[in-house]
Structure formats: structure tokens, C-alpha cells
Design a protein around this ligand. Structure first.
Ligand SMILES: [Zn+2]
Length: 219
């Protein structure tokens, strides 16, 4: 665990004369905890220092190749489709790639997480990854599990999103037609069939009890 050191100023490469290894940092938290907002802030900080980077996402809430936050910020982004190869991205990015901001990283493949680690170690590219830890069953996403295993730093975001009861929200519940479900495809981001699919952040107690709260608004 670490503090939000990525928010501190970034020393331009070479200024100190000391070599700094590139880093793989993973920031995680439940929905609505401010991950995309922090991703956009880090991108702004690095760009201001003259560093060259790209913002990557998959299935952003905007539906387009953008990273958007619920509080209204947004940046152009590159969509990470299933066959996307991060190695070739670096080779075709000119003049150079200093860093990557990777949002919605829970949707990436495990192989793509391995590619990100390779970029850090072999190409000296800083990677800042943002995503959910667990799915609607409260089980880790495969990509998230690999990031926990490989990242240099793992940081749980401290911007608390609250359960309807006021306790810190930790787990992402899925509702279909207003009812909590515990089985189904791991990734469902659009309505399927006739019943609307929604997600709601709950505390552990109410996630495990299956209690969505009386009249609590689903997201
Ligand atoms: Zn609760």
C-alpha cells in the first residue's frame, strides 16, 4: 500500500542524474470512488511536465474511446479491444512513450496485464492502472488479480463511496430488474433481455445479506 504519491510532481527524466526505474502502480476501489478522476489528474500532471503519454480504457461509461469521470472531466483515450497489443503500441508511438494511464483495467485480459509489466521492465514506460478489485460476485477480476501479483505499488483509493446505510461501500452488487443477483456473466455493462441491469455499491454486511436498502437509488 502507498499514499497517492502519483499526485506529487514528476521530476523530468535525467534532471537529477539518477536513474529511476519505471513503475507499475495499481489503484483500485469500488465504483464511484474517483478512479477515473484520479487517472485524469495524473495524466494532467505528467503532461504538464512535458512527458508523453496515452490514456487507455475499455468500456468507458461514455461508450466511446474516452475516459470520463462522473464529476464531468474527460480525456480522449485509446480503446483496448480484446486483441490489443501493448508492445506494438509502444513501437508505433512517436517520438516516445513515457507513461500510460490505463482505466477500467479490470476488463483487460491477463495477457495484456503481462504486456504492461513488460513495458515497465523492458521499455521504461510508467504504467498507472485503475480499476475495480472485485466483480458483482465479490470475486477478483482475473486482470485485477494479476495486477495485485505484479504491481510495484498497490493503492486502495481513499475517496469513500458509501453504502445506503452510511458504512464505507466495498462491493459492487448487480441488480437485474431491481433484484440482487449473484450468478451470471462476469462482465455485463448493458441491459440484457427485458430487465434493466444496474450496479450498486454496498458495504460488506449488506452485500452478504443481499439488502439493497429501502428506496436506495441504484446507479
Ligand atoms: Zn450497508
Amino acid at each position: 500500500m502507498s499514499d497517492l504519491s502519483a499526485l506529487s510532481s514528476v521530476p523530468p527524466a535525467g534532471v537529477s542524474g539518477l536513474h529511476r526505474d519505471a513503475v507499475l502502480k495499481f489503484f483500485y476501489g469500488p465504483m464511484d470512488c474517483g478512479k477515473s478522476t484520479l487517472a485524469l489528474q495524473i495524466n494532467y500532471n505528467h503532461r504538464r511536465q512535458g512527458r508523453h503519454g496515452l490514456v487507455m480504457t475499455k468500456h468507458d461509461r461514455s461508450g466511446g474511446p474516452r475516459v470520463t469521470s462522473r464529476i464531468g472531466l474527460g480525456d480522449e483515450a485509446v480503446e483496448v479491444h480484446d486483441a490489443f497489443d501493448f508492445g506494438s503500441l509502444v513501437r508505433r508511438t512517436a517520438p516516445r512513450l513515457d507513461y500510460l494511464i490505463c482505466d477500467e483495467v479490470q476488463f483487460y485480459s491477463v495477457e495484456q496485464i503481462e504486456q504492461l509489466a513488460d513495458l515497465v521492465d523492458d521499455c521504461d514506460v510508467d504504467v498507472y492502472a485503475f480499476g475495480l478489485a472485485s466483480d458483482f460476485r465479490s470475486e477478483l477480476f482475473p486482470a485485477t488479480r494479476r495486477l495485485f501479483e505484479l504491481a510495484d505499488e498497490v493503492c486502495r483509493l481513499q475517496v469513500e463511496v458509501l453504502c445506503w446505510c452510511g458504512r464505507p461501500g466495498q462491493l459492487n452488487a448487480r441488480t437485474v430488474g431491481g433484484e440482487l443477483v449473484r450468478a451470471g456473466e462476469q462482465v455485463v455493462i448493458a441491459d440484457t433481455g427485458q430487465a434493466p441491469v444496474r450496479y450498486q455499491v454496498l458495504c460488506r454486511r449488506h452485500y452478504r445479506a443481499g439488502d439493497l436498502g429501502k428506496n436506495a437509488p441504484a446507479l
